[in-house]
Design a binder for this molecule. Structure first.
Ligand code: GDD
Ligand code: MN
Length: 330
């Protein structure tokens, strides 16, 4: 893959915010201190009617940092993250547009490295590997495994799962796919997938690092909502599978299967075994007991939990898409 350290196009960093007063100052500092030419950066904060004073913090920060261009867009009504991103996109002037969730942080060289990947004309979008902060063991296990998977898929061609904590797009490619989808939740992954379906690569790079805060109390709700969004994404993206460039087709099909179908096989198998065990089948009882004992093994526990989140999410999707979601306290 061609990668040029000297490629430093103008970059628009978009930070979507809803009640991020606790996080936004550190986030702005984090972007300010990236080792990327500051005069090539512009920051757009798009706030959707925060009630905690987020815009005031941004205004004050901008006054204290006049050597970087900052635009604050204040939406009067909250219409969700994707709508806010599309709103901000209308004002973006950079050749590259990087989405930066407010509650995440980038490693100092993350932006430079992500942009360097875009020097390759076959690459249209770049995302990060994520390290959970203050995460529980299960989140670390989950991330460790899935980070590797995303990087491996990216080496094959592209990955269908992106992270809004750092998602850098060639602006042209973003505009060509019509911006971010407002009818499903996983704005980042769906957009990256659309770009890959049009023939440009969408990759997670293992040297582009970011950290994200993990909610302590609402952890399960947080995982279920994210799973809901991923299911919505795959259910929509799979319809265009036939358009996928061959190396991507298998990856997209496999990930859609793993998110939408596979969890139900586990649920079905457990239900069938439980029914047999209840009817007195000792082998069924033994298999169930073995399955339960295996939960002591962390990778298996992490995987099983992921299946449980996906099943709960699929059911919840029947009555709510969670396109405007509750801010989980970190
Ligand atoms: N402007 C605006 N309007 N921003 C919003 C809104 C909104 O209605 N809702 C959320 N945001 C902002 C948050 O302030 C944060 O900066 C970012 O969008 C992500 O929201 P979080 O509440 O931190 O959600 P998350 O970490 O679980 O989000 C993950 O999943 C989402 C899709 O399920 C990330 O991967 C996101 O990038 C992804 O969109
Ligand atoms: Mn977040």
């Amino acid at each position: 893959m061609r990668e040029e350290g000297g490629y430093t196009p103008r970059v628009t960093v978009i930070i979507p915010t809803y009640n991020e007063a606790d996080a936004i100052e550190e986030r702005l500092n984090n972007i300010y201190s990236q080792d990327y030419p500051r005069e090539k950066l512009e920051i757009i904060v798009v706030d959707s009617a925060s009630a905690d004073g987020t815009p005031a913090v941004v205004e004050k920060w901008a006054e204290q940092h006049l050597d970087i261009k900052v635009l604050l867009i204040r939406e009067e009504q909250r219409r969700g993250k994707a709508n806010a991103l599309n709103h901000a996109l209308r004002y973006a002037t950079g050749e590259v547009v990087a989405i930066a969730d407010a509650d995440a942080l980038w490693a100092p060289e993350a932006l430079r490295r992500a942009v360097a990947k875009l020097a390759d004309p076959t690459v249209g979008a770049v995302s990060c590997v994520k390290r959970p902060l203050n995460g529980r063991g299960i989140e670390e296990g989950y991330r460790g495994f899935y980070n590797q998977l995303r990087v491996a898929e990216s080496k094959l061609w592209s990955t269908p799962i992106f992270h809004g904590e750092l998602a850098a797009f060639r602006r042209e490619a973003l505009e060509a796919v019509g911006g971010f989808p407002t009818d499903i939740g996983a704005d980042d992954s769906y957009t990256a997938t659309q770009i890959a379906l049009r023939g440009l690569r969408a990759i997670v790079a293992d040297d582009v690092l970011c950290t994200e805060a993990v909610p302590r109390r609402d952890y399960h709700a947080w995982r279920i909502r994210r799973a809901q969004h991923l299911i919505q994404h795959f259910a929509k993206a799979i319809r265009r599978l036939h358009k996928a460039p061959p190396p991507f087709r298998g990856v997209l099909a496999a990930e859609a299967y793993l998110h939408v179908v596979n969890p139900w096989l586990l649920a079905g198998a457990v239900a069938a075994l439980a029914a047999s065990a209840a009817a007195g089948s000792l082998p069924a009882l033994a298999i169930l007991a073995l399955g339960a004992a295996l939960l002591a093994y962390k990778p298996y526990r992490v995987w099983t939990a992921a299946q449980a989140y996906l099943i709960t999410a699929a059911v919840k999707n029947l009555w709510t898409k969670e396109l405007i979601w509750k801010k989980q306290k970190k």
